[in-house]
Design a protein around this ligand. Sequence first.
Ligand SMILES: [Zn+2]
Length: 142
Amino acid sequence: MGHYCKTCERERPNEQFSGSGHRIHICKKCSAMPKLELEKILLTQELRDYAAQSNISKKNVLRIERITRFEDHKIVELSKILLEVAKIAPRKKNRNKILAKQNFELLKKMKTSILIFDDFLDQSSVDDSSNFIEWIDADRIT
Ligand SMILES: [Zn+2]
């Protein structure tokens, strides 16, 4: 029985974790990555987690604001998108519908980033706003 490494997102055998690696859930191989690379992965996951939460809290927003000052442009871009999303629709419920109506450009940006999940994308095209809203109404965004 191994441990889950949150960076490579898979189970790794016990011996792949050092003492501190256990605590922070990062395997030895990932710990050996350049620090910036590792930070980018962790921040990306953090932002995805916020996007997946039922609500992006004020405290989360403060944290996301700090992330917008990170030294990597991709992370900065993601965090800025999420910050805008949090202003318009902090709650996940109906978020895509609200964005489709209020800021479709932002929704498209979310689509092209990793902030909307794959299973969601497979079944809809956000290129056409009306189809998209129809699809959301029909189904699973609760
Ligand atoms: Zn790992």
